[in-house]
Design a protein around this ligand. Structure first.
Ligand code: SAM
Length: 296
């Protein structure tokens, strides 16, 4: 797609009748990988922008909101996370946040498309600063198969940092995948998945995620909301699932004294993200009959 200086990149959300635009400086990179169309643009005000199959993945300016909220709430909820697996997350931003935790001994990034990581190393070097950390491990292949093959009870935290639930990512939003995660996690593990927009997807993707995580054997599920300006509606979410760890509690003192710098996450943000909007409570309560309450 040829976009010249001053022109606009627009992602249209046809079903919602909305669109999001950023003013461009130039197209930096474009290729068709074996899996998807990948492009990087330099924008006027949001730094570099990554686009996969026409969908905005991240910008240099605001990705910290998403990457911090995909990692720190779950890491501070688990009592002692040592082994963390990221499914997707090829831009390496989540990996960087995970490895800020000194207690993490081993982190895996399981990304289907190696080109996303190589292109990120070139155009988003600030997200790739932990890639040479000796605790960082990379596997380029399908996260669904990887999780199916994982040894039972060996992982503390699985973070599903995927594209929207279509194409290669579709199976990452399914009961079978959640069951494989549960088995690989063991009793005290936590699963966290990016779960799209609270405004647009509570009755569809978010509700389905809660239901299927419960069907897979997780006893608690909880959705955390946070801002993400470049995604549809500017309001995003992740959903956590656990069997033994109560998701409404977290290591608050540790979060308050975290030995690293964040730009968004802190203990008050964590509390705020756990607060559930009324419409979401109502929507999820409809599925609660015969199950432990979603908010326990
Ligand atoms: N934060 C972004 C969002 O919500 O739009 C996602 C960022 S990250 C670039 C998403 C990654 O998930 C992509 O690089 C894609 O290749 C990867 N992905 C999709 N399906 C996958 C699968 N089945 N296994 C592993 N990685 C997958």
């Amino acid at each position: 797609m040829s976009i010249g200086p001053g022109e606009w990149f627009t992602e249209v959300f046809q079903d919602e009748g909305t669109a999001f635009s950023l003013q461009m400086r130039r197209l930096c990179h474009e290729e068709q990988t074996p899996f998807q169309h990948l492009a990087v643009y330099e924008t006027e005000t949001f730094g570099n922008l990554m686009v996969i199959d026409g969908c905005v993945m991240l910008t240099a300016r605001d990705n910290f909101l998403y990457h911090e909220m995909m990692s720190h709430p779950a890491l501070f909820t688990h009592k002692r996370p040592r082994k963390v697996v990221i499914i997707g997350g090829g831009d390496c931003g989540t990996l960087k946040e995970v490895l800020k935790h000194p207690g993490v001994e081993e982190a895996w990034q399981v990304e289907i498309d190696e080109r996303v990581t190589r292109v990120s190393e070139e155009y988003f070097p600030e997200l790739c600063t932990a890639n040479d950390d000796p605790r960082a491990n990379f596997f380029f292949g399908d996260g669904i198969q990887w999780m199916r093959d994982a040894a039972p009870g060996t992982i503390d935290l699985v973070i599903v940092d995927s594209t929207d639930p279509f194409g290669a990512a579709e199976g990452l939003f399914s009961t079978d995948f959640y069951r494989d995660c549960m088995l690989a996690l063991g009793e005290h593990g936590i699963l966290v998945q990016q779960s799209e927009s609270p405004l647009l997807h509570t009755n569809t993707i978010i509700k389905k995620a809660h239901r299927e995580m419960r069907e897979a054997g997780f006893t608690q599920t909880r959705t955390l909301c946070f801002p993400q300006p470049v995604y549809p509606t500017g309001w995003w979410s992740c959903t956590m699932a656990a069997r033994a760890n109560p998701l409404k509690y977290f290591r608050e003192a540790d979060a308050d004294e975290k030995p690293f710098v964040t730009d968004y996450y802190n203990k008050d943000i964590h509390h705020a993200a756990l607060a559930m909007p009324e419409f979401m409570k109502r929507a999820l309560a409809e599925d609660d009959e015969g199950m432990p309450p979603y908010s326990s």
